[in-house]
Design a binder for this molecule. Structure first.
Ligand code: ADP
Ligand code: F6P
Length: 474
């Protein structure tokens, strides 16, 4: 399948991201790897990023090149110090919490920040010899904000676009991040800066105008300090047909979950990396409140939470794991029975087909992050449903997906009682209402799928006039 506009103009697409999907693996955790893997698997071009490995001689080693069909994947290792300072340090201890409104968790160490900027320079250094004139370079996520600046410093004249997979917080939050000015300037060096939602884009525009002395021009253009960029919205999506087909494969097979003796057992499912942004303790407390306040559901509902490990060496991730595991034990000990386990908690990755089948078997998808760029699982849950008897999506207002998936039951993830009553509503919702909501949601998930995301970004990126495509205006 062609890569939209880049290919029509015979331009090569070069994607750069910290995490590169393992295109041979069945399980992939993390929205960026899943979406880019789907967007690029059948494409031509070059994908450059971190191998996921560390080695002491990484700086003296050439990129490792692999070919997957027409796609070339080039990766470099990080040194242990780079892993610590760039990935675990500035990117994931400072930027990640700040972008998700958690300044209280942001730890910014000067040495880590220096290494973050140095690794971006090393990415540029390694990428430059692989570039060809006219390439369109598409950079992804908060790990690589300084990359356009570093490439241009080395004489790169290609157009360079950026997509932020996380939220862009309100400008007062972003302005509090150490090195924010350098980051703001670096973002303005991209030709296109893409965001998940209108509200992320507005936050960025308010930052540029309010904190960088910039201004909004016609269309989606923003200008500050002599640089102009096209800031637009491209909500990321999934491979809807692919996920739906995986989900259907289980039809006619025995259920993946144990059957209740009387056949009357509903499943609520959650699938998230075990990250503090995902609101897992609040979600567990809401399930506990459901069992407490709506005793009719006891023995007739179970909550399956799949939460694979992520960034495990950071103390704040160890804390959230302890808290989640304590709550799971507390709920199971308090409400469970010899033949009923209220919470099934699984701390590992699963193949996509198993996730898809579990979503199809579940009456409720509970996606309640405290903040999230988009949240692909919300879209996967919808894609997996049986059209004739669909389940109900309970979705956080603070997930980017809530801007599109308005017919979900939208909740405040900080309000445990509201979540409990919404779970009761979802578990008892008549089929007609479930069906009406599902139909609208499915349509929107299908329209804004991963191909639409990729192609609309490429179209804006390729257009030489200043009249970019606004996906919400279609
Ligand atoms: P994030 O990018 O913050 O991890 P998303 O919800 O956008 O959040 O993307 C997560 C992706 O990772 C989804 O495609 C989801 O199916 C996948 N995923 C999450 N948990 C697992 C798991 N245990 N095993 C395999 N894939 C998972
Ligand atoms: O989608 C947001 C994101 O931060 C991606 O950039 C990242 O790949 C993913 O979540 C998973 O995190 P990590 O790459 O740190 O395992």
């Amino acid at each position: 399948e062609p890569v939209g506009a880049a290919e029509k103009d015979n331009k090569r697409l070069v994607v750069v991201s910290n995490r590169v999907a393992n295109l041979n693996a069945k399980a992939q955790t993390g929205g960026l790897a899943v979406a880019l893997g789907d967007a690029l698997s059948a494409s031509q071009g070059l994908w450059f990023g971190w191998s996921g490995e560390t080695s002491v001689d990484a700086k003296a080693t050439m990129p490792k090149i692999e070919t997957k069909g027409d796609l070339t994947v080039a990766t470099i290792d990080l040194t242990p110090e780079e892993m610590e300072g760039y990935y675990l340090g500035y990117a994931n201890r400072c930027l990640w919490p700040s972008l998700h409104y958690r300044l209280d968790l942001a730890l910014c160490n000067e040495e880590h920040a220096n290494i973050y900027f140095e690794v971006n320079a090393r990415f540029a250094e390694n990428l430059m010899p692989m570039l060809e004139p006219g390439d369109m370079i598409w950079v992804h996520d908060y790990h690589l904000i300084p990359l356009a600046e570093e490439l241009k410093r080395r004489g790169c004249t290609s157009r360079i676009g950026f997509f932020l997979h996380t939220p862009f917080p309100s400008p007062e939050i972003f302005a509090a991040v150490p090195h924010q000015k350098r980051l703001g300037d670096a973002l303005m060096r991209f030709d296109v800066v893409g965001f998940q939602t209108q509200s992320d884009r507005e936050n960025f525009a308010r930052y540029v105008c309010g904190f960088m002395n910039g201004e909004e021009l016609a269309g989606d253009l923003l200008t500050a300090q002599g640089q102009t960029t096209n800031a637009a919205v491209f909500p990321i999506g999934i491979d809807v047909g692919g996920f739906a087909n995986l989900a259907k494969q289980g039809d006619g097979l025995p259920s993946l979950l144990p059957e209740a003796p009387d056949g009357d057992m509903k499943t609520i499912i959650g699938v998230d990396r075990l990250d503090y942004t995902k609101g897992l303790p609040e979600r567990l407390r809401a399930f506990e409140a459901l069992l407490e306040q709506y005793p009719q559901h006891r023995r007739h509902v179970r909550f399956v939470q799949i939460a694979p490990p992520t960034r495990e060496t950071l103390p704040v991730y160890q804390d959230i794991r302890r808290e989640v595991e304590r709550l799971v034990g507390q709920i199971n000990g308090r409400f469970g029975d010899l033949n009923w386990q209220p919470v099934i908690y699984l701390h590992r990755p699963f193949p996509q087909d198993v996730l898809a089948r579990l979503c199809r078997e579940s009456a409720v998808g509970m996606i309640t992050p405290l903040r999230d760029g988009m949240n692909l699982v919300a879209k996967e849950y919808i894609a997996a449903q049986r059209p004739e008897d669909p389940g109900v999506l309970v979705l956080s207002r603070f997930a980017g997906a809530a801007e599109q998936l308005r017919e979900a039951l939208l909740i405040n993830p900080h309000d445990v009682n509201e979540m409990a009553s919404t779970l009761d509503r979802a578990l008892t919702m008549p089929r007609q209402e479930r069906w009406a909501r599902y139909n609208r949601l499915r349509q929107r998930v299908e329209t804004y799928d991963v191909t639409n995301w990729r192609d609309s970004f490429m179209q804006t990126f390729a257009s030489s006039d200043d009249d970019p495509v606004n996906v919400f205006a279609k």
